[in-house]
Design a protein around this ligand. Structure first.
Ligand code: G3P
Length: 308
């Protein structure tokens, strides 16, 4: 049988969210426009917490549930998502700022069994990198809360020993630079995506894929497509704005960047490319970043709004 030829984007498209209904709708919108559907999904503790509160609202304890219930809610949510997409679905570890690498590994080993297409999301912290350097031998990983080129270099080096699945396919390794959170404080987050892509393309072996995350605008999507970021994960509100342009906007659904596209957002400070190599032990890179620290604390605080 002839395989149907679908239109393709220069990047894989994931949905970023905690609601399987959004996953279904985004997939449908892509299919309706002639694409083959979503390529995957990312989730995080804040997004799952937000949906859990919405679902359990009105129940006792102000919508709070036990930890076991919250974890099983997370599991059922990604199971529903896995009915829509067979592409990678990121499941994050949900520990606090003090969570050790050992604790992350134990959570990762349990959560990877939830669905056949799971990917474990670890933070770009020392504990997260330690856990990922071991876990990447046994499953796919997504290093989240990346804000610097040095963190991406550390991810590259920490995951150099990534393994293969029983069918011989190398396990996915993603790094997720968070562009919106840098923009929020006046730094050009898309520069970090461009810099990591340039560094990996110049010096790397292609084993780490750049997943543009914390996307806030259609312009973020367009520039990420222009740069050919390996993957872009998009929240449903922005996805819809891109897929279904406002009436009278004159814009086509799923507009693509022009060949001479220029990403020019006034008021953002440039983040310069740094010359570095990818061949150091990961501990030798400076992986500290205040937004990573703040991000871990925020994920934990949001998760705590669910359990109690
Ligand atoms: O999955 C990562 C992404 O959801 C973070 O986005 O908007 O919370 O910075 P944001």
């Amino acid at each position: 049988m002839m395989e149907r030829a679908y239109m393709q984007f220069p990047s894989k498209l994931f949905l970023d969210g905690g609601d399987p209904e959004e996953t279904r709708q985004a997939d449908k919108l892509l299919k309706k426009a002639g694409y083959h559907g979503l390529d995957g999904q990312t989730t995080n503790p804040s997004l799952i917490a937000e949906r859990s509160v919405a679902v359990h609202h009105g129940e006792g304890a102000g919508g709070k549930v036990t930890t076991a219930h919250a974890v099983s809610f997370y599991r059922e949510t990604v199971r529903e998502m896995a009915r829509v997409t067979t592409g990678p679905i990121s499941i994050q570890v949900t520990g606090g700022p003090d969570m050790t690498a050992k604790e992350m590994l134990s959570e990762a080993r349990e959560r990877i069994s939830w669905i056949p297409n799971g990917v474990i999301k670890f933070p770009c912290t020392a504990a997260g990198l330690t856990a990922a350097s071991e876990f990447c031998e046994e499953g796919p990983v997504n290093m989240t809360l990346a804000f610097s080129q040095a963190q991406a270099a550390a991810v590259y080096s920490a995951t150099a020993g990534h393994g293969r699945s029983p069918d011989g396919k190398p396990y996915d390794v993603f790094v997720s630079p968070f562009v919106g959170r840098l923009d929020d404080r006046g730094e050009n987050g898309m520069d970090v995506v461009a810099n990591i892509l340039a560094m990996y393309r110049k010096l790397g072996d292609g084993h780490v894929r750049v997943l543009t995350a914390s996307v806030r605008t259609v312009r973020h999507i367009l520039y990420a497509l222009f740069l050919k970021s390996d993957v872009i994960t998009i929240p449903f509100t922005v996805f819809k704005e891109w897929a279904v342009p406002p009436k009278d906007s004159g814009r086509e659904p799923f507009i693509l960047p022009a060949a001479d596209f220029i990403y020019d957002v006034p008021g953002l400070t440039d983040i310069a490319y740094e010359e570095m190599t990818l061949d150091l032990d990961w501990h030798e890179y400076d992986t500290s970043h205040d937004l990573t620290t703040a991000g871990v604390a925020k994920f934990w605080a949001d998760w705590q709004t669910v359990v109690g």
